[in-house]
Design a protein around this ligand. Structure first.
Ligand SMILES: Nc1ncnc2c1ncn2[C@@H]1O[C@H](COP(=O)(O)OP(=O)(O)OP(=O)(O)O)[C@@H](O)[C@H]1O
Ligand SMILES: [Mg+2]
Length: 266
């Protein structure tokens, strides 16, 4: 099977006003990735339906970020198969964006201009302004549009980074420990925000996190990676939004933790 290189697609300026979020399905088969002799991904099979929220968890170094980078087209697979289904057809390149643990904002740009970066070049100013205001409202930061990043809290900066990723209405949003640097309370409110924007905008989400409770709280399905393989693929069959402290979710957390730690449970 041949590996498919994924370029990060550009959103054409002409489409932006009319474009609605068009979630893409992801099909991964036999995916391998080696760096020299280091076999990081060892045969990943994963089908993610359009619009699903999947969390990927596992020990440090098990290949989570490598998998996300391959999804983003930032890294070439060594072997295997990666295909997308979009509204435009099978194999079409979806609009895919990523949010990292650090917000990576440009300090010399205002909040609004940082968000507009996510639209790419050549977008008419009136469209850019309208889309930027709309997505800043979505992340509850409309009143900060004219501020500098240095005047924002950590959670606010991360909301700007999320807005920058969402402004082009991605079909797939990849998130690599996006809340990892935030304090516990900010983290919980960001989880709620992430859940709300996902339900409203309908993109396919792939979230890498170290926080099992966060995975169970946000995802339809949690995948556990260990030494480059999927060792558990667990559905979380509970309606959204979910409430912390739900005993059924705590039981699922226990199963996931056992899989991460390599324990067998009946
Ligand atoms: N560009 C690279 N060149 C060489 N080795 C790499 C490269 N990127 C990742 N690796 C190796 O691949 C393995 C998996 O790395 P990866 O960043 O995917 O882990 P991770 O699961 O995201 O870990 P963490 O939870 O610590 O972020 C590690 O052994 C790492 O050293
Ligand atoms: Mg990582």
């Amino acid at each position: 099977m041949s590996a498919i290189a994924i370029d990060r697609p550009r959103t054409e300026s002409a489409n932006i006003a009319s474009q609605i979020a068009s979630a893409a399905a992801i099909h991964i088969k036999g995916l391998e990735k080696s760096f020299g002799n280091n076999r990081v991904l060892r045969g990943i099979d994963l089908d993610i339906p359009a619009g699903q929220f999947v969390a990927v968890i596992g020990k440090s170094g098990c290949g989570k970020s490598t998998l996300l980078r391959i999804l983003m087209g930032l890294e070439e697979p060594s072997a295997g198969y990666l295909r997308f289904d979009t509204a435009e057809g099978s194999d079409a390149q979806p609009n895919t964006r990523i949010v990292f643990q650090e917000p990576r904002l440009l300090p010399w740009f205002s909040v609004a201009d940082n968000v507009a970066v996510g639209l790419g070049e050549g977008v008419p100013q009136d469209i850019s302004r309208r889309e930027t205001v709309s997505v800043l409202s979505e992340v509850q930061l409309a009143e900060k549009a004219g501020e500098w990043p240095s005047s924002l809290s950590g959670g606010q900066k991360q909301r700007v980074a999320l807005a920058r990723a969402l402004v082009s209405k991605p079909g797939i949003l990849a998130l690599d420990e996006p809340l990892g640097a935030l304090d516990a309370l900010t983290r919980i409110s960001m989880q709620e925000l992430l859940n709300r924007v996902w339900r409203e905008l309908g993109f396919t989400a792939v979230l890498v996190t170290h926080d099992v409770s966060e995975a169970v709280h946000l995802a339809d399905r949690v995948v556990v990676l260990d030494e480059g393989r999927i060792v558990l693929d667990l559905d979380i069959p509970h309606p959204h939004p979910r409430h912390h402290g739900n005993p059924a979710l705590a039981e699922l957390e226990g199963q996931l933790l056992a899989a991460i730690l390599g324990e067998t449970r009946s």
